[in-house]
Design a protein around this ligand. Sequence first.
Ligand code: URA
Length: 434
Amino acid sequence: MRMYDIIMKKRNGGELTTEEINFFIDGYTKGEIPDYQVSALMMAIYFRKMTEAETSALTMAMAHSGDMLDLSEIAGCKVDKHSTGGVGDKTSLALTPMVAACGIPVAKMSGRGLGHTGGTIDKLESFQGFHTSLSREQFIQNVNAIGIAIMGQTADLAPADKKLYALRDVTATVDNMSLIASSIMSKKLAAGADAIVLDVKTGSGAFMKAKEDAFALAREMVQIGKNAGRKTIAVVSDMDQPLGNAVGNALEVKEAIDTLKGNGPADFVELCLTLGAQMLLAGGKAEDENTARAMLQETITNGSALEKFASFVTAQGGDSEAVYDTSLLPKASIIEPIPSACEGYIQSIACDEIGICSLILGGGRETKESAIDLSVGLVLCKKVGDYVKVGEPLAHIHANDRRKLEAAKDRFYAAYTISEKKPEEIPFIKGIVE
Ligand code: URA
């Protein structure tokens, strides 16, 4: 078999066989096929697309390019959750203790933030001493004892995807549905859960800006999961404005804790209940959605989710005092309101721009190696549909550097559109794909 023939077949619109896909993934992972040939193939796939069978074969080849985690030592149905990424997306922080308190074991691999989107591990490092460098044995032991453990993505998990994603990033071949679906699902399948609940975002802060594209991606990933014998469900949710009010690492941790104490913003609570209900149904812990939502709500009312979260933070070396007293979380030295310059209804918020404001303040990573400031970010006071008067704060900005604060403020103003007309209400949950 020759890589040249595989490139030409796809360039001419042919369907690759599983053997051909295995050949190029295996050769690329081992360093036997050069970047320039794989770049050419990625571009051919970008234009010619892939069939369902090709996408499934690519996913399985990438999943098997490294370790396939075996979680059989953890009792019960392991349900993983994955978000396609967004601004202010602190869902895993609140959702995992809620579902763990309902008896679903959470054995999760999480990532760090890059660019304008945040990562769960960075956020958790707001707790002094918190770490994710657990041995496999410790990871499993923590899940069995507490119900939750979170590890960083190891180099041995889907290494083919790691290489391919880096290549796609610099060859303008990221935004192809089959390539995104296989990239995400290869990591999820390798991570070993029995069932997978996906949160596919749509809107200005998401990969898939158009709703139809988000549904197509959701359907593609659900099909891949099913073909691999894993129960897979996707929720399509709004990312046309930041999720909740807080954007920035420690600020998001505080909002997640407030949510576990019963004081969460409505959109964020709704997302946790919707995703959590699907996780309980997939894990066989509830008969129907209403029962599942009531069970999740009860973990907030009776404090069991908050306790679960504190035990998890302690088990991974973190200072859980901050769970009960959030004033102990990292704090910025400057906190200032951003007053509105005009009166009217908030028409729209350019979501990715708010993520970039947090990045400018130092809360995000420009490159994988950049250090981040956990304390900075924004807390929105006004969201789409709210009315604002001149001088009323649109948000509070948390900064440690006045020059960065001014730069972020200019960008923040440009992200808000305010007008006299009340905007139409748009549903936050767009639908569920099973
Ligand atoms: N996230 C991934 O892991 N892969 C993609 O291709 C896009 C988003």
